[in-house]
Design a binder for this molecule. Structure first.
Ligand SMILES: *Cc1c(COP(=O)(O)O)cnc(C)c1O
Length: 436
């Protein structure tokens, strides 16, 4: 697999280099230089494959010789060890549940795959040095990364999170791991956490002593595994005789829908993608009006989508050769505020007895809007990006009581919390990293 930078198409780096750098020095994003379609035969008979089998076919097709087939198969079987079921709500509506992994969010796909790819490449080096992963998180990413790397040999993860600003379950996911995972509570904001991590990556002395790497959300090794569940969802529908599919994706940084569009470019038959955002609507405004105008983010109920300048958008533009018309043809964009989100949560519960997290509820609203504008015989699938138990404050007593608490949460409850606390001073953070 060869990758270029969206800022420089003549750049040519290996998959390994792209994984460890996360982003090119020119601040573009890495993109595969060639995206070939999977065989018609595979797509036609995809209903005969399991999720890990589909994941292997897709990953092998993209990555090629960089990871030998037997190693890739083993890596995928370890990484993608949980299901992503399509749950039918009615004849034409279904939800793709992406929250059955260890951190109960779709980011598990990216984090588990990336951790194993990094460990794989690091172990095969002659001067193998412990891989030190530094991550700043405002919640969901950190949990997925912590649990994704937990117990992965040759790696150590340090997670910085803002004190008092993550939900109780999120904090447990960050702090109750032990082993190769260290949680660092910073007395500051998410931006302070991010600034500390950034300064560490730019510190020559630290980089000489430690093998630092980021687990950045724009890493190509997080994008690739997110294509798997689109193919697998299509396979599940094919088994029911459905062929016309619309995917509605709750979007923030546009990595999830970006992976769906990559799957589409690899030959997945999709009628339409619906990009569903909260009031942070930079992309819907662009698709509807034509100007790309990022704005500072606004806090909402669906806080994992509070993004004013989506970091993966450049990738999507690149995938479509910067042709706005073809993007407008395949993506319809919808925006909803908190009041509409709450109403959607109520409606899903009343109509289907289904409890959805606020991000998921926004995607449901997009399917409703699209259906009313485009009557026809197709199935709408909205992606459920997180388990509702991660956002208890959003639900009334009745719904809270109806949420089944997953095994993953019960397991954390019996463990003790381990965290260290620091302020926002860089030198203190650096000393801590060197000392431990
Ligand atoms: C990260 C996240 C999103 C947004 O996904 P993007 O890939 O950033 O668009 C949506 N919902 C949940 C629950 C998330 O954690």
């Amino acid at each position: 697999m060869i990758l270029y930078s969206t800022n420089n198409k003549s750049l040519s780096v290996s998959f390994k280099e792209a994984v460890f750098n996360s982003l090119p020095a020119d601040k573009g994003l890495y993109m595969p230089s060639e995206i070939l379609s999977l065989s018609d035969d595979f797509i036609k008979h995809i209903d005969q494959y399991t999720l890990p089998e589909i994941a292997f076919e897709v990953a092998n097709h993209l990555i090629g010789d960089d990871i030998p087939e037997a190693d890739l198969k083993e890596l995928i079987e370890e990484a993608i060890n949980f299901d992503a079921p399509v749950v039918s709500l009615d004849e034409h509506t279904a939800v793709l549940e992406l929250f059955h992994g260890p951190s109960l969010a779709f980011k598990d796909f990216g984090a588990r795959f990336m951790s194993r790819v990094m460990a794989y490449f690091a172990q095969n080096e002659s001067n193998a040095k412990l891989l030190d992963v530094l991550v700043a998180t405002s919640g969901d990413t950190g949990g997925a990364v912590a649990l994704g790397f937990l117990g992965v040999e040759g790696t150590r993860v340090t997670i910085l999170y803002p004190k008092g600003k993550v939900s109780p379950i999120q904090e447990q996911q960050l702090t109750r791991n032990g082993h190769n995972i260290r949680a660092l509570e910073i007395d500051g904001t998410f931006d302070d956490c991010q600034a500390l991590v950034k300064e560490a990556f730019n510190d020559p002395e630290l980089n000489q002593k430690l093998r630092l790497t980021s687990a950045n959300s724009i890493n190509i090794a997080r994008l690739i595994p997110q294509t798997f569940y689109y193919f697998h969802a299509y396979a599940q529908l094919l088994r029911k005789g459905v062929k016309d599919v619309v995917f509605a994706v709750p979007s923030g940084n546009f990595g999830n829908i970006g992976a769906g569009l990559l799957a589409y470019k690899m030959g997945l038959p999709v009628k339409q993608f619906l990009a569903a955002t909260n009031v942070n609507d930079t992309v819907p405004r662009f698709l509807n009006s034509g100007t790309y105008e990022p704005r500072p983010s606004i806090a909402t109920l669906s806080n994992a989508m509070d993004v004013g300048n989506p970091s993966n958008w450049v990738r999507i533009l690149d995938l479509f050769g910067n042709d706005k018309t073809s993007l407008q043809e395949i993506i319809s964009a919808y925006t909803y505020n908190d009041e509409e989100t709450r109403r959607a949560i109520d409606e899903l519960y009343e109509r289907y007895q289904y409890i959805a997290c606020p991000h998921t509820a926004i995607a449901f609203l997009a399917t409703e809007a699209y259906k009313s504008q485009h009557p026809g015989n197709f199935t709408s699938i909205f992606l459920s990006t997180a388990h509702p138990c991660k956002f208890p404050d959003v639900f009334n007593k009745e719904k809270q009581a109806a949420i089944a608490i997953p095994e993953q949460v019960k397991m954390l409850e019996s463990r003790t919390s381990q965290k260290e606390s620091l302020g926002t001073d860089y030198l203190a953070f650096k000393a801590w990293l060197l000392e431990k």
